[in-house]
Write a protein that binds this ligand. Structure first.
Ligand code: ADP
Ligand code: TMP
Length: 237
């Protein structure tokens, strides 16, 4: 199948998406440019596209190998990955193991509090609506997916949390929280989009150092160094 890129179909905050000639695949290009804090903070993180591409490919391949169906096909080059084109379900699931980010204000608990059981949140992915938080009944009433699909995405989000968390801890990385999106390929639910330090919180298990995009969001020092560190640790996992 030909993976020649034909046209750019989407320009996102941190990535571009291209159609491929075969019409079944997309090419996701990870950029060094980043936009965060509700679009108010922009910047270039040197080589971010390259490191995100490597980290994301490693994680998707690891999840595939451990029974999670994903959209991953192959890395095309340093910054581009080929994926199966999916009919995306407009829900973001955020899984949390430790209090951080917006969970601080919703619980009143201090950052770093370890949760007794993981929390799974759902957000309605809707441009210009700042992705409101929803629950199962909203998802079903709005027909974002059917009940079986909802069970599958919730089950897979919890399973990813478990197996990825166990994998990362071997390299002294604590999986604090992460965001996942799912889509349909030939009526089967697959994990899509990305899992990387741009969409997760990764803390050094020993020192508590933040090794993710919070370094950029909160001006916590060299971001490239953190992404290189995560990449190196995963490559030896
Ligand atoms: P946003 O911040 O708007 O989510 P991104 O920069 O993450 O944007 O852009 C990537 C876009 O590509 C998202 O809308 C995501 O849902 C979509 N996407 C990711 N994987 C796939 C896939 N396999 N098939 C179709 N669309 C996908
Ligand atoms: P939050 O604490 O800001 O709600 O974010 C929780 C996690 O989800 C964090 O690891 C960042 C990730 N995330 C995304 O990747 N994209 C998003 O749009 C949001 C809101 C969070």
């Amino acid at each position: 199948m030909s993976d020649i890129l034909t046209r750019k179909i989407y320009e996102g905050k941190d990535k571009n998406v291209y159609e491929c000639e075969n019409n079944k695949h997309l090419a996701i290009e990870y950029k060094d440019l980043t936009l965060t804090n509700g679009g108010t903070k922009a910047g270039i993180i040197n080589n971010k596209g390259l490191y995100i591409n490597k980290i994301n490919s490693h994680i998707f391949q690891f999840l595939e190998d451990n029974g999670i169906p994903t959209h991953f096909v192959k890395e095309l080059n340093d910054t581009i990955t080929i994926v199966k084109k999916a009919d995306m379900i407009p829900i973001e699931l955020i899984v949390r193991n430790v209090v951080a980010g917006t969970l601080i204000e919703r619980t009143g608990l201090p950052e770093g509090t370890v949760l007794s059981t993981p929390i799974i949140e759902m957000y309605y992915k809707r441009v210009n609506m700042e992705n409101p938080m929803i629950n199962r009944t909203h998802a079903l009433a709005l027909k974002l997916c059917n009940p079986v699909e909802l069970d599958v995405i919730e089950y897979n989000a919890a399973r990813i949390n478990k197996i990825l968390g166990q994998h990362l801890i071997t390299q002294n990385i604590t999986l604090v929280d992460f965001k996942v999106e799912f889509g349909r390929v030939n009526n089967r639910i697959v994990l899509a989009d990305e899992i990387s330090p741009d969409t997760c919180r990764f803390w050094d298990t020993v020192t508590g150092e933040k090794l993710d995009k919070d370094r950029f969001r909160q001006d916590l020092g060299n971001v490239e160094e953190a992404y290189i560190e995560i990449c190196h640790r995963l490559m030896r996992a």
